[in-house]
Design a protein around this ligand. Structure first.
Ligand SMILES: *Cc1c(COP(=O)(O)O)cnc(C)c1O
Length: 389
């Protein structure tokens, strides 16, 4: 079955709920047990069945079943945010004395967690070049337990050679974790050597900028149990309404994603021709250095891309951004609306590689607005860049 069709069916069981198309939303903390014996037996297998709200309700299980299908895995663990999925997964595999290889282009809060929390727990992090490929083998130590990947890289969009990295990691007995938020539906992690796939469902899965949600997907029962125990130990459980919004978002995900990727590509092609633009960072663009790898491993793209401008005064760039009618100034992405953020200066931290463009750098998200309207908005912005008020 194609992904588009899978998304319609995944996690839905109308026969269990009076024929209602969508699973009911269970708002539950306490679950009543019929007897002491039933209560005791539910404790033997704490993560199966409905036992206590934090461990999951039928709404949680419906969402997890759907996410496992989206990712091509066996089972998923839903979390209260994308970052909770990242931290819950990392701590399922790492303990004091272990070594972590973290991609230098990781989402900034992931880096902060390594430096602030993991370091304090006696877990050492080494940042590596996203373009390391098979060369990552040189950085693997006997204590290396996890190789964490994110492709394309946050803010700078480098595409990683996942099969090569995974082969090196597996040869050394390390597990490969991936933040697959950008590749939401277009990168099949388990077919490319990933062991643990993480998504910030807050982005395209929810898709409407109105809920925080995450998911960790595993390809086998043993890894699922390991991650589920870690997430449960931290109490990272999502709320019922957030799960419902995640399930709702999944049904239209492929349509939104295809349209937003198409708009992004048309904007990127146009931006490349503009004299104000130094470089466009979008792997689906044939001129992008990551294009060949992206074409080999991904089946599509999304609406998120980067732009580096030719050197310009901050006041002029601020005037360009402040005046947009469609591109709102806001963090996050994956919703129906177009967004932009400045990403230059101190907001991009690299320690294993160098990132120092001469001009300002920006991150754009193409929403579901008309592509020509968005292009006009960008064009008017360039006029403000040339002649700030
Ligand atoms: C937003 C984001 C996250 C974190 O998701 P939250 O739900 O905001 O915690 C993780 N990884 C990437 C790549 C993201 O863009």
């Amino acid at each position: 079955m194609k992904k588009e069709s899978q998304l319609i069916h995944a996690g839905r069981h109308p026969e269990r709920q009076f024929g209602a198309v969508n699973p009911p939303v269970y708002h539950a903390s306490t679950i009543l047990h019929a007897s002491v014996a039933a209560m005791e037996s539910s404790g033997k297998n704490p993560f199966e069945g409905v036992r206590y709200g934090r461990f999951g309700t039928p709404t949680t299980f419906a969402f997890e079943e759907a996410m496992a299908a989206v990712e091509g895995g066996l089972r998923s663990v839903a979390t209260s945010s994308g970052l909770a999925a990242i931290t819950g997964a990392l701590l399922a595999y790492l303990k004091a004395g272990d070594h972590l290889l973290m991609v230098d282009t990781a989402y900034f809060p992931t880096r902060k967690f390594c430096d602030q929390v993991l370091a304090g727990l006696g877990i050492e992090t080494t940042y590596y070049d996203p373009l390391a490929g098979a060369g990552i083998a040189e950085l693997i130590r006997p204590q290396t337990r996890v190789v964490f990947t994110e492709s394309p890289g946050s803010l700078t969009f480098e595409v990683q050679d996942l099969p090569a990295i995974a082969a090196a990691a597996h040869a050394a007995g390390a597990v490969v974790l991936m933040d697959n938020t950008w590749g939401v539906l277009t990168f099949q992690p388990f077919a490319h050597g990933v062991d643990v796939s993480i998504q910030a469902c807050t982005k395209y899965v929810v898709g409407h900028a109105d809920a925080m949600l995450g998911a960790i997907t595993l390809a086998d029962e043993a890894n699922w149990l390991r991650v589920k125990s870690s997430v449960a130990a931290f109490g990272h459980s999502p709320g019922a309404d957030e799960l419902f919004l995640g399930l709702r978002g999944l049904r239209t995900l492929s349509t939104r994603l295809a349209r937003q990727a198409e708009t992004a590509l048309s904007l990127c092609r146009w931006l490349e021709t503009r004299p104000e633009v130094e470089r466009v960072l979008y792997p689906a663009l044939p001129s992008d250095p990551g294009h060949a790898l992206w074409k080999r491993d991904f089946t599509g793209a999304c609406g998120l891309f980067g732009v580096i401008l030719k050197p310009a005064a901050k006041a002029a760039v601020d005037a360009m951004l402040d005046g947009y009618r469609h591109f709102g100034l806001g963090f996050s992405w994956g919703g129906f609306e177009s967004l932009v953020i400045p990403t230059g200066g101190h907001s991009i931290i690299r320690t294993a590689t160098r990132w120092a463009p001469a001009g300002p750098s920006l991150r754009y998200h193409a929403g579901l607005e008309d592509a020509a309207d968005l292009q006009a908005d960008l064009e008017e912005g360039f006029a403000r860049l040339a002649r700030p008020a």
